[in-house]
Design a protein. Structure first.
Length: 353
């Protein structure tokens, strides 16, 4: 029977496969409204901003209509429009309205839009007759500026989020285990499709698997860091061309007792790769992630070269980015290989091969 594949902790595209349930303190999200708006999906964000504008226009439209109603602007405006036709007396010659040309809620709503978005058609304007109208004008302008600032900030942050740059950072679909310098190594390939570089790029790997402590405590997602080899020291890499990142499987490695025969029996094994760095063009820190399950690790294979020198410059063939070839590799664990050097002699390979 085919074994049931375990759920991934991190997807191939870097998305974390974790669902948060039964969060009782939902109010914490409202304490950081800006981050909440940025994290929302685009339809929800646009809906919130649209409703913010409409509600503010309607609210201040109602305020302008109440100001005009309380000052008697609506009555005098109606008499001015109908007085000549019905023979009624027109408004007093010295009457000054709070806002000119407001005779209904529709005109008050249009004036609210004109004030907040600074259109200024010229048909309606605030006079110095009512101090309350001047105060409302100031308040609405401030509210409009705040809404515009939040909207522009959220749109900028959503369009320049760090994970957008990570879309052009690619990892090989499979990882491989083969000999390098006489030792079994776990290897993968990483590359950057853009010409703009990732500054101070660092990469690290973790093994995530289910473990049980000596006291019987079950840890479903135990994260174990695994050391990578880097000639310059540390985990920093110069990602100007695709690189093969490798981890030497030694006695300190969680892969020390894994062989090709039992590799696919480790359903709970998942190796997570995290690449971090600063985007050269924007200065924003980005992070790209991927993971490899046991059935995505190829034993006894090696990545083919994809960098060649052509016309005085180096050329990268990304069509071969994930291609591998079979190489002689012992079918034993790293522990057995280290303890029994005769395995290497039987394969006619020296430790420096």
């Amino acid at each position: 029977r085919a074994r049931e594949r375990r759920a991934r902790f991190v997807g191939k595209n870097g998305a974390c496969n974790v669902a948060h349930k039964n969060i009782r303190e939902q109010g914490r999200f409202l304490q950081d409204v800006f981050t909440t708006l940025v994290d929302l999906k685009w339809p929800h964000t646009l809906l919130i901003f649209t409703m913010s504008f409409l509600c503010s226009w309607l609210l201040f439209g109602m305020v302008w209509w109440l100001i005009a109603f309380a000052h008697g602007d609506l009555d005098h405006s109606t008499r001015l429009q109908r007085g000549l036709g019905e023979g009624a007396a027109g408004p007093p010659a010295d009457f000054v309205p709070c806002v000119t040309s407001i005779h209904s809620f529709a005109s008050a709503f249009l004036f609210s839009i004109e004030v907040q978005v600074t259109i200024g058609f010229g048909g309606r304007m605030v006079t110095e007759e009512c101090p309350a109208a001047i105060l409302v004008l100031i308040v609405q302008n401030i509210v409009g500026l705040v809404i515009n600032a939040i909207m522009l900030g959220c749109i900028f942050m959503k369009t320049s989020q760090a994970h957008r740059r990570a879309e052009t950072l690619i990892f090989s679909k499979h990882a491989v285990i083969a000999l390098r310098e006489g030792k079994l190594c776990f290897m993968l390939r990483v590359g950057d499709l853009r010409k703009s570089m990732i500054i101070s790029a660092t990469i690290r790997m973790q093994v995530v698997k289910k473990t049980t402590s000596l006291e019987g405590e079950v840890v479903p997602l135990n994260q174990i860091d695994i050391q990578m080899e880097n000639p310059v020291g540390g985990n920093s890499i110069f990602l100007v061309s695709p690189l093969i990142i490798y981890h030497v499987i030694d006695k300190n490695s969680p892969l020390y007792d894994i062989s090709p025969l039992n590799l696919h029996h480790h359903e709970d094994l998942e190796i997570i790769v995290i690449l971090e760095g600063v985007v050269e063009t924007t200065g924003i820190t980005t992070q790209a992630r991927t993971s490899y399950l046991a059935d995505e690790i190829l034993w006894g294979q090696r990545f083919v070269p994809i960098v060649a020198e052509e016309d005085g410059r180096y050329s990268v063939d990304y069509s071969k980015f994930g291609n591998t070839v079979k190489v002689p590799t012992p079918s034993c664990t790293a522990r057995q290989l280290e303890e029994d050097k005769s395995i290497m002699d039987s394969m006619s390979l020296s430790p420096k091969a």
